[in-house]
Design a protein around this ligand. Structure first.
Ligand code: SF4
Length: 753
């Protein structure tokens, strides 16, 4: 599991010269975010200042991390790149496919049986290509990364939206799609729009019932779920330095809920203590040697208004515990106002289940503080009124908190310890009775609480809070309970009060683990066989997409003209389709089934131009494919917004769609389409969208002279014999035109070896 010390040495070795060059290029003091970004430019030392929120810049991340649901397609693609080994240290973490039902051991065994072929595939491909493999049960990606791989001043990408968790240890860590991970593992640069910067100045100090989680719950209330979009949130100030590294991780983790690119804290004594506590003294020593580069310049923090795009002030001494929800993580309630909100809104006050842990809140500090309350429940003869579950974030944390007696305390309180995995946080929860869809309340220490996320029941009101508040609420069984002011009646009929939670940031006896669940890759993977059963319905090896035929595209059938919002969820739905994330043919059966057909206002019902009738989108497209006929998809504004899921680009490519023509694209999806060798085009005149008719056959002309900045021509042949000729734009640069010609970016990478 060893971190790559040589890589970190190389990164730190560059810091002094690269930061000096960046300061010169920018012409002013630097924030921490800018230091790390400029230190990771693909071009080396900076020669120009980039425009925040404007410039697209190439970076060389230091690491890649993948979770098991997204790793499948990322690695299937990587296998196409023709490389012997990954270019940067990379890891796979088996955490998303374990369903919580009975308890840790039984659930883990069941998941191993059910997902065996996926795990075997991920293990063998990791072994072959030099990727560290964390087995099912080893823990949740972000906790394992924080404990083992995150380092101050580093830059990583991860195929999961809560990758920013590593910002707690001073790393720029960003969630991406599998295609981006594949590129970086293949040694290509990674492009990012230079982010805007939001500064959060923390003053004061946490005390009593308030914890680090409450900082981000408060920030989410201020910024809302969209407020961080395109920005990095940088925390600083004496309050920031007072927080434990894992507490900082919690705050950065949940920055994903405000849409932030990532969040980050500077290197300080707490970071150093955590590095030493997790057996990484060598990194702490190296970081100490360049520590002035691992935090923002003092002038920046003295006058943040001059250097950040937005500044938020939070005084930790005055911060109340918060409870956010239901149904959205930005509906923030200070604890003192929550009971009233529950009553006024008619939310179910009876609390059914309290769930602690997950990647967001399962540090030693979190567990020890929650356990101090569980111990009080036992001592004060209180019986927990709600069900209560504990999800440790890693085997190292689980083993240590078991050794220190905390799990035993939870069990005495009636708690159930679940596997070290995502479980209920990602809907992998076989919750008894959820299918009845009854209105009910749960409270978790997780990060997301959208409808149906935990148990599939749209009427489950899910609230988010710190593990301490979740535990107190589970003991009381009542959402209107305020542990700061209220008493509870115990088994003897006496009124008792819970004392403030107490815990330790790091275990006094140090962390311990018997089997962390790590499998190192083979030193020479050339002989390793990658196991994929050709009969599998979950995994399928990819075949390269065909190269461009060298001519204009003529006679394309209109597959669908989508109206209104068409996100990556509309193009490639999640939910039950998750199980096919590693099987392109099978998952293609969800292609565009959520898109609204502009001609009939219905979803998944389009005209079949070969047979006249109407059919489901994937089925109609498969017919066109079977007849060797290409097709085109037309869309509205901001087509492909949402996640960076590459399936939304791969599916149409796989089924024979040749072009996506829209009023405008969400940029990541546009890039994903280009990478897969598709034509991503926009109407030069958006009103031409209205010219497209349901029976159109369409030509795309000008491809033999496909040039950056030069419009292409589209001819619409209508069923009545008339036609329209329109101009369409594109944003392909020379390199991307190369991807189109080769059939995909991967084909080109492979050809370059
Ligand atoms: Fe994502 Fe939840 Fe798993 Fe964290 S615990 S990685 S938020 S699914």
């Amino acid at each position: 599991m060893a971190f790559d010390i040589e890589m970190i040495k190389a990164v730190y070795g560059n810091y002094p010269t690269r930061i000096a060059a960046a300061r010169k290029a920018v012409g002013r003091p630097l924030t921490l975010t800018e230091k790390i970004l400029y230190a990771h430019l693909t071009q080396g030392a900076a020669t120009e200042a980039y425009q925040r929120g404007g410039s697209y810049v190439d970076f060389n991340p230091d690491r890649v991390a993948m979770q098991d649901a997204t790793a499948q397609m990322a690695l299937l693609q990587f296998m196409q790149a023709g490389r012997d080994k990954v270019a940067v240290p990379s890891t796979v973490h088996c955490d998303h496919l374990i369903q919580a039902e009975i308890g840790a051991d039984a659930d883990l065994q069941k998941a191993k049986d059910k997902n065996r072929e996926v795990y075997d595939f991920l293990a063998s491909v990791s072994n072959k290509y030099g990727i560290g493999f964390w087995k099912p049960g080893a823990g949740i990606i972000h906790q394992v990364v924080l404990e083992n791989y995150a380092f101050p001043g580093g830059m990583m990408i991860g195929t999961d939206s809560h990758t920013p968790n590593a910002g707690g240890l001073g790393m720029i860590a960003i969630g991406v799609g599998g295609a981006d991970a594949c590129d970086v593992m293949a040694g290509l640069p990674w492009e990012l729009k230079f982010p805007k910067l939001i500064g959060v100045r923390l003053t004061g100090r946490l005390s009593g019932w308030t914890s680090a989680k409450d900082v981000i719950l408060k920030v989410a209330g201020i910024l809302t779920v969209k407020g961080g979009t395109g920005a990095v949130v940088e925390y600083f100030g004496e309050g920031a330095r007072s927080l434990s590294a894992t507490g900082k991780g919690t705050i950065c983790n949940m920055g994903a809920e405000i849409g932030a690119t990532t969040s980050i804290f500077g290197y300080d004594e707490k970071s150093e203590a955590y590095l030493r506590g997790t057996d990484r003294a060598e990194i702490a020593d190296m970081a100490n040697a360049i520590k002035e580069h691992l935090t923002g310049d003092s002038e920046v923090y003295a006058h943040p208004e001059k250097y950040f795009d937005q500044v938020i002030d939070i005084n930790l001494s005055e911060l109340e515990p918060h409870i956010n929800g239901p149904f959205t993580p930005d509906l923030a309630w200070p604890l003192s106002k929550f009971a009233q909100a529950v009553k006024e809104n008619g939310w179910p006050a009876k609390l059914e289940v309290g769930l602690i842990g997950s990647c967001t809140n399962s540090s030693y500090e979190d567990i020890s503080r929650a356990a101090s309350l569980a111990q009080q429940a036992v001592d004060k003869k209180l019986i927990a009124k709600s069900e209560y579950t504990i999800t440790p974030g890693s085997e190292q944390v689980r083993f240590t908190v078991e050794r220190d007696g905390f799990l035993g305390v939870f069990e005495k309180m009636g708690g159930v310890v679940l596997a070290n995995a995502c479980g209920p946080c990602i809907g992998q929860w076989a919750r008894h009775g959820a299918e009845k869809q009854e209105k009910n309340s749960i409270i978790t220490s997780f990060n997301r609480n959208f409808a149906k996320r935990a148990d599939g029941n749209p009427n489950t009101h899910a609230f988010v809070a710190s593990p301490e508040i979740v535990t107190a609420m589970a003991i009381s069984g009542d959402l209107t309970f305020n542990p700061v002011t209220d008493t509870l009646i115990n088994e003897e009929g006496k009124a008792v009060k819970l004392d403030e939670p107490k815990g330790l940031e790091l275990p006094a006896k140090g962390f311990a683990v018997e089997d962390a669940g790590y499998q190192a890759p083979a030193a020479d993977g050339s002989k390793v066989q990658v196991i994929v059963d050709p009969k599998s319905d979950r995994l399928q090896l990819l075949a390269p997409f065909p190269a461009w035929e060298g001519t204009d595209l003529k006679g394309l059938k209109l597959l669908i003209k989508a109206k209104g919002k068409c996100t990556t969820d509309h193009i490639s739905m999640a939910g039950p389709w998750l199980r096919f994330r590693g099987h392109l043919d099978n998952i293609s059966n969800n292609m565009l089934i959520g898109a609204v057909n502009a001609y009939n206002g219905e979803t998944n019902k389009v005209k079949n131009q070969l047979g006249g009738g109407y059919g489901e989108v994937p089925a109609v497209q498969r017919q066109y494919k079977a007849h060797g006929i290409g097709s085109i998809v037309v869309g509205d504004e901001n087509y492909g917004e949402g996640s960076s899921r590459e399936h939304a680009a791969m599916e149409p490519r796989f089924l024979g769609v040749r072009a996506i023509l829209v009023k405008s694209f969400a940029r990541i999806h546009e890039t994903n389409l280009k990478k897969q060798g598709m034509l991503a085009l926009t109407f030069a005149n958006p009103a031409d969208y209205d010219l497209i008719q349901e029976d159109d056959s369409i030509d795309i002309l000008g491809l033999t002279d496909f040039t950056p900045g030069k419009a292409l021509t589209v001819v619409l042949h209508h069923a009545d014999g008339s036609k329209n000729e329109i101009k369409v734009n594109h944003t392909y640069n020379e390199g991307q035109i190369g991807w189109f010609r080769a059939g995909s970016a991967l084909n080109l990478i492979k050809a370059s070896i």
